[in-house]
Design a binder for this molecule. Structure first.
Ligand SMILES: [Zn+2]
Length: 108
């Protein structure tokens, strides 16, 4: 959270902004970070920074795996036994879900 706040503040400073109005962060499912945790710590982490008082928006990014056999993207979960639902392949490459980053800021 501190990192996210300092990233946002740095970006705001580079833009010559006096204040961050809204901060949007992408949080992948794989990070295991719950949005409520971010909301809980944001006021404290942003205190005294350009982000203080900003609105926090959390984008949850679900895990997507690209199947190594057929190339389709799928969301691994209990319903498909974490295998590719198209070809039942078990090998794949994680495409999204690891994100933890500032995706957008609105400044004033
Ligand atoms: Zn497949």
């Amino acid at each position: 959270m501190m990192n996210l706040v300092s990233t946002a503040c740095r970006a705001a400073e580079e833009n010559g902004a006096r204040k961050v109005k809204r901060l949007t962060v992408d949080v992948g499912e794989m990070t295991g970070i719950l949005p409520k945790y971010l909301f809980h710590y944001f006021p404290e982490a942003s205190k005294g920074t350009l982000c203080e008082g900003a609105e926090l928006v959390v984008n949850e990014i679900e895990i997507l795996v690209t199947c190594a056999s057929c190339g389709q993207d799928y969301h691994p979960d209990i319903s498909n036994d974490r295998c590719c639902p198209f070809c039942k392949g078990t090998a794949g490459k994680i495409k999204s879900g690891r994100e933890l980053m500032v995706s957008d800021i609105e400044v004033s």
